[in-house]
Design a protein around this ligand. Structure first.
Ligand code: ADP
Ligand code: ADP
Ligand code: ZN
Length: 226
């Protein structure tokens, strides 16, 4: 893939179930950039029972956000790793105004920036259907849906053969709290990027391929020769 040496940073924002993880994985692989998913990183830390994971679990279980200092430190450390030299697609981060401002400051110091912020939206009844039928791979975090995006073999990841599971926080009650938290704390991040002039709002209710195509088009338009 031809590309100049400039790195590319794309932020993906949207309510739970909008398709952030699904799209970020596809777009990252198409553009040859890293996929950084704060939720996946926290779930991995929880599974490994690291101190960070133990701390995060209490928040995740309630559908609340993990405190900004912990989250920002974790993502910034990841961004400094060699795998992110070409750039990254940030999936689920920033999720608060304070996180967006911290990322902005850090990028400014490094002479880089968020080239594009993509807001994926979909109607609430569709989001609820997606969360209720979501299955994730324990090994590679790939997302499936029992109706709209089923694995070839029930309970098994197409990509790596890993075991599929359902998230405890996708239960109706916790998901409800996650939607409230999204409206209270994450919606302002959309306005932040709109004010920066880098926001694109895309209809995430379309088919998976169509949404990927729209995101790639948006990023290519903004970043030129990717
Ligand atoms: P979804 O994509 O379904 O909305 P995620 O997997 O991104 O959910 O996040 C799951 C949980 O991990 C969140 O409810 C929250 O507790 C925690 N989390 C993920 N990203 C962040 C973040 N940027 N700031 C704070 N907490 C986060
Ligand atoms: P998020 O990371 O925003 O919470 P996911 O990418 O995990 O969302 O997608 C949530 C669920 O919806 C998954 O089960 C996924 O397979 C499914 N899904 C994702 N995008 C679409 C789409 N465009 N149409 C139908 N189902 C989708
Ligand atoms: Zn897998």
């Amino acid at each position: 893939m031809e590309r100049d040496t400039k790195s590319v940073h794309v932020v993906l924002i949207g309510p739970p179930g909008a398709g952030k993880g699904t799209q970020a994985a596809r777009v990252a692989s198409r553009l040859g950039i890293a996929h950084i998913a704060s939720g996946d990183m926290f779930r991995e830390a929880v599974a490994n029972r690291t101190p960070q994971g133990v701390q995060a679990k209490a928040y995740i279980d309630r559908g609340e956000l993990v405190p900004d200092d912990v989250t920002v430190a974790m993502v910034m450390e990841r961004l400094e790793q060699p795998g992110c030299r070409e750039g990254a697609i940030l999936d689920g981060f920033p999720r608060t105004l304070a996180q967006a401002q911290a990322l902005d400051r850090a990028f400014r110091e490094q002479g880089t920036r968020v080239e594009r912020a993509i807001y994926l939206c979909a109607p609430t009844d569709e989001l609820l259907r997606r969360l209720a039928g979501r299955w994730l791979c324990r090994s590679c975090q790939a997302a499936y849906h029992e109706v709209s995006n089923p694995p070839k073999v029930t309970g098994q990841c197409d990509r790596c053969g890993g075991e599929l599971y359902q998230r405890d926080d996708d239960s109706r009650e916790v998901a409800q709290r996650r939607f409230e938290v999204y409206l209270e704390q994450t919606a302002p991040v959309i306005d932040f990027y709109r004010a920066e002039g880098v926001l694109d709002e895309l209809d995430g209710a379309r088919g998976i391929d169509e949404v990927t195509h729209a995101i790639l088009q948006t990023v290519r338009r903004a970043c030129g020769s990717i």
